[in-house]
Write a protein that binds this ligand. Structure first.
Ligand code: CO
Length: 169
């Protein structure tokens, strides 16, 4: 089922998500819906708060649905190690057409549960490390524009306000 992606400044995007405690069919259906919604929007990741659900659930697929082996489900994830730096362009499905560079760690190690509750650890570098950091930020209510300089953020916020006035946001 396709879910509706909410845009900034929807309040749910700025709230920390609740930890998941029940790993049942309902959760697994929700995870499948998150993937379907990500692919329909041509994204590589989506976090539950972006569909109005304040829970610590996120999905990532760098292949955007082309390679089932790249599907990652992260439930109650945390970053347990960070290494190095990268400064690359990011976008976010809750900020249509906004892209700008964000400073991130080059490599991170994530600890998370899968949709059956099993804990695992995984390393990611470059784009995957950025996806981990961007999506886990969503679960803490932190949006990528708040990882940018205040100058860049203000420019983007002005652009959004203008689009809102014009009815295009
Ligand atoms: Co995002």
């Amino acid at each position: 089922m396709l879910l509706k992606i909410v845009k900034y400044p929807e309040p749910v995007l700025s709230q920390p998500g609740e930890p998941v405690t029940e790993f049942n069919d309902e959760l697994r259906r929700f995870v499948a819906d998150l993937f379907e919604t990500t692919y329909a929007a041509k994204g590589i990741g989506l976090a539950a708060p972006q569909v109005g659900v304040s829970k610590r659930v996120t999905v990532i697929d760098l292949s955007c649905g082309k390679d089932p082996e790249q599907k990652l489900v992260l439930i109650n994830p945390e970053i347990i190690a960070r290494e190095g730096k990268q400064y690359e362009e990011e976008g976010c499905l809750s900020f249509p057409e906004i892209h700008d560079k964000v400073q991130r760690a080059f490599k991170v190690t994530v600890r998370a549960q899968d949709e059956y509750g099993k804990w695992f650890e995984m390393d990611g570098e470059e784009l995957l490390a950025r996806a981990f950091q961007h999506e886990i930020d969503h679960l803490d209510g932190v949006l990528f524009i708040f990882r940018m300089s205040s100058l860049k953020r203000d420019m983007i916020l002005r652009r959004i306000r203008k689009a809102q006035r014009e009815g295009t946001w």
